[in-house]
Design a protein around this ligand. Structure first.
Ligand SMILES: [Zn+2]
Length: 213
């Protein structure tokens, strides 16, 4: 997250403070929303590549560059071409956590067959040192995204990470953002165009994303 320091007119300042008192929103949230609107960076849009059904049907060909994902979000998760590790996106940085546990930052030209990102402007302005990040998807959208919680994480030293199955702790704080728009970029790769996407992916998803016995 960036920090902004700016000098504005007394009138504008008064209007900002009045608005904050009226809506009880933190100043940083109001300024973020106003800037997002002015710069046409929508921060309540979920940008997704491909669908959950396509993923469980084995559509692993890379469809979208990490560079493109960067244009659409600074928080999220996903995977890479041929399921080469888990993608973790935190504070605008894209990481690849491979099956051997190694973590490296992604170059723009790496390809992803499935990813979900958003511009994260949480409703409260608490700054956290490290955290898992991810999405909660309602059951009715299970052909599109993994239903329930789907969380990936990186350790604070950025040396470990992956798919989060469960966690426990005390004094935990949660930051949330409700998404109002859902943008799905459908792959034009051969394997996506030829895939049979009729099946309900729930059971396969539970197996792929759940705990291994
Ligand atoms: Zn995952």
């Amino acid at each position: 997250m960036g920090r902004l320091e700016a000098t504005i007119s007394a009138g504008l300042w008064r209007a900002l403070v009045d608005h904050a008192e009226k809506t009880r929103e933190p100043l940083s949230h109001i300024v973020s929303k106003a800037l997002a609107e002015y710069l046409q960076v929508s921060h309540h849009t979920l940008y997704q590549v491909s669908t959950a059904t396509a993923l469980v049907e084995g559509v692993y060909q890379g469809a979208v560059r990490v560079g493109t994902l960067r244009d659409h979000g600074d928080l999220g998760l996903g995977t890479f071409e041929n399921l080469d590790g888990e993608m973790v996106v935190i504070d605008g940085r894209f990481f690849q956590v491979r099956s051997d546990g190694s973590v490296r930052e992604c170059a723009d030209d790496m390809l992803s067959p499935f990813a979900v990102v958003t511009r994260f402007v949480p409703d409260d302005a608490v700054t956290l040192r490290q955290c898992p990040d991810g999405f909660w998807t309602p059951d009715y959208a299970q052909t599109l995204n993994v239903p329930g919680y789907h969380l990936h994480f990186l350790s604070a030293d950025r040396n470990r990470g992956g798919h989060l199955l469960q966690c426990r702790g005390s004094d935990l704080r949660l930051q949330i953002q409700r998404e109002g728009d859902y943008h799905i970029a459908l792959p034009e790769t051969e394997d996506f165009l030829k895939a049979d996407l009729h099946r309900d992916p729930a059971a396969d998803l539970a197996r792929a994303e759940g705990e291994k016995p």
